[in-house]
Design a protein around this ligand. Sequence first.
Ligand SMILES: Cc1ncc(C[n+]2csc(CCOP(=O)(O)OP(=O)(O)O)c2C)c(N)n1
Length: 394
Amino acid sequence: MAAKKRSKKKSRKAAAEKAAADSAPAAKPQGLVRLLEDDGSVAKGKDPGLTEETLLYLYEQMVQVREFDRRMLMLQRQGRIGFYGPILGQEAATVGSVAALEHRDWIFPALREGAAAMMRGLSLTEAINQLIGNGADRCKGRQMPCHYTVKEGNYYGMSSVIGTQISHATGAAMAAKIRGDDIVVLGYMGDGATSANDFHCGMNFAAVYKSPCIMFCQNNQWAISVPLSKQSASETLAQKGKAYGMPYVRVDGNDILAVYSVTKEAAARARQGDGPTFIEAVTYRRLGHSSSDDPSKYRDDAEVELWEQRDPVDRFRVYLEKKGLWDEDKEAAFKDDIAKRVNDAIAAAEKEAPPEDETLVTDVYARVTEQQKEQLAEVLALEGRGVNTGAFPL
Ligand SMILES: Cc1ncc(C[n+]2csc(CCOP(=O)(O)OP(=O)(O)O)c2C)c(N)n1
């Protein structure tokens, strides 16, 4: 019985290793854009030549969001926030693609682009306000956690309805083209979203109308418990761009320099009127789909361990060290600084009061209806207090 169990475990491990190898950037070099090697080197003539300031900014953003991610999961486990969707492993794909855009360009996020919101102006405290849903939250606690909005940063409120980002991004890009606005729109999606109706609709319209957008697929290999092999029979997701008649590229999503470069090219194409590009970034979701799920129920640790070795942050840090821009002392001081930033943000957000009860009905219609007022009065009566009518735009 024990031997049978052991052999079953062994064959599961072998299958997981095979699955990971099949989806590994190195296993499918054909058409996969990769600049940064595992040892942190870049082949001669391939370095995109980013400034020291940009390189350090990319590193800062990746490390900051990683620490934020780690702490938010802890807060969730401690019952201090209700829910969180981790991004561990996908830092390079998000940070590299956002950095390649101009600030005026619009972003339509999918599920794991919290780093993009921060790069567009959401402070760590504001992000935690949103996760708590307190009175200082921009949406006053009305949105599910992680659904950030950064209006002034052209970061559209996150929609977790899978695939909608593609048609939203296409529509915004079509509108920009009609109005003559000089902007590019980037829509994110996961691998699972490529099976959604909106994918077809958005990709088709984007290509037919040559809209100035970038469709960026974070192929993290899993859509909750559904592996890529059960999601699509296509050899690659990137090639789906071909079917819709748009340029497509498959990039190592754990290689921030490659992600930055392909997104920059796609943005230039869109800006000069040559229409959309489909980018498949090959990466991996190392933790659960969200704080509510246990990935050990549906995938093997061997696969996760394999992807830990392809860590995007470590790879980039070695590159910075080789360039003489980083060392152990800088790393230690920087890690302390980032930890302090996140600690301070948690402390500030946890000081905020919950939203006023009146916000249950404000901002729903332009004017609060009589029926809403009655309902609110009923709720407040339970607390033994009356309605603060000053809170209503009457
Ligand atoms: C239209 C729709 N169908 C189903 C769901 C439930 N759902 C939430 S996340 C998810 C999987 C998404 O996978 P993927 O697009 O690969 O993104 P990832 O979670 O890997 O970032 C599903 C099916 C949803 N939110 N919206």
